[in-house]
Design a protein around this ligand. Structure first.
Ligand code: NDP
Length: 275
């Protein structure tokens, strides 16, 4: 039975499928680790014979995985209620957050086709989601730093299409994928700007010793979202990267985040992207 008070505690959002699910497979196999895996819904006792995707995950004998309901649109299970809900599950600190949940709610469109509602929808999840999460749990992250004696980490899974500096190629043309990322790209640019701002503020108030931050672009990955982009640009071969390869790279970048390199925008393979 895992002792959460001594374990490294990870919280991963959007962990029920895609990259998030592949990430928690890797983390749960590590020793002395507690993985808080969030999803918008979990099977209840009424859902006869429906087991959660999390039940197939094999944890190290000193580790455990705890499914957590998290939906920012439902006050009872939003980030602001997390500290109390985690406390009743015996969790009093968090060491590492991977804010992975994301969406291209109404698909990938050019700016001419993107509606105001599209902008709002993607902003709500991709930009405000991690912001709310940080506000809800930064006290637990600070506690995590005290417990472990090491800086806690807050990492957002962002996207190269939200990179303003990388928006055009050396030839001055916009990259193909970016042409159809009106609302999604803007929402990722927004959260990425916020991570930079957060890093500056944490540094300013001397809190960076407790919490470090970063953004990781996971690559173009074979998930529902990655395939959605391939369909939108008519790329028949589909996304090039498998979820395991992407998740391995994401976890590697999270592992190497320290106070010295806080505020980086990494690719899954360790390359650095322009903001
Ligand atoms: P998937 O579409 O496979 O999974 C998305 C996850 O986010 C699901 O767990 C989903 O939960 C959750 N999610 C979606 N909407 C919400 C919401 N409103 N509230 C809470 N959770 C939500 O996507 P990927 O695994 O591909 O994407 C993971 C991250 O990687 C995202 O942030 C994405 O933007 C980013 N990314 C992905 C790329 C790719 O090529 N795949 C490229 C660049 C970045 P549910 O099952 O309940 O819908």
């Amino acid at each position: 039975m895992a002792d959460h008070s001594k374990n490294i505690v990870y919280l991963v959002t959007g962990a029920n499928r895609g990259i998030g699910l592949a990430v928690i497979y890797l983390l749960a196999a590590r020793p002395n680790t507690t993985v808080l895996a969030t999803a918008r819904s979990l099977p209840t006792d009424d859902d006869n014979n429906q087991s959660s995707v999390f039940s197939s995950i094999v944890c190290h004998e000193s580790s455990s995985l705890i499914p957590i309901l998290l939906d920012e649109t439902k006050p009872a299970i939003s980030s602001s209620t997390l500290p109390a809900r985690l406390s009743s599950a015996g969790i009093e600190h968090i060491n590492i957050v991977i804010a992975n949940a994301g969406t291209a709610t109404n698909g990938f469109k050019s700016v001419f086709d993107t509606t105001e509602e599209d902008y709002r929808n993607d902003f709500e999840v991709n930009t405000l989601g991690p912001i709310r999460l940080f506000k809800g749990i930064h006290g637990l992250l600070e506690k995590g730093a005290e417990v472990s004696g090491q800086e806690s980490k807050f990492v957002v899974v962002g996207s190269s299409v939200g990179s303003t500096g990388g928006l055009v190629t050396a030839e001055g043309e916009m990259e193909g994928g970016m042409l159809v990322c009106g609302s999604y790209g803007l929402s990722k640019a927004g959260v990425q700007w916020w991570v930079m701002k957060l890093r500056a503020e944490l540094k300013g108030k001397g809190g960076e010793g407790k919490v470090v931050v970063g953004v990781v672009h996971p690559g173009w990955v074979k998930t529902e979202m990655g395939q959605g982009l391939a369909d939108a640009v008519g790329f028949r071969a589909g996304p090039p990267l498998g979820v395991e390869e992407s998740a391995t790279g994401v976890v590697e970048q999270v592992d190497k985040l320290t106070m010295e390199n806080s505020g980086q925008f990494w690719r899954w393979d360790g390359g650095v992207l322009p903001w």
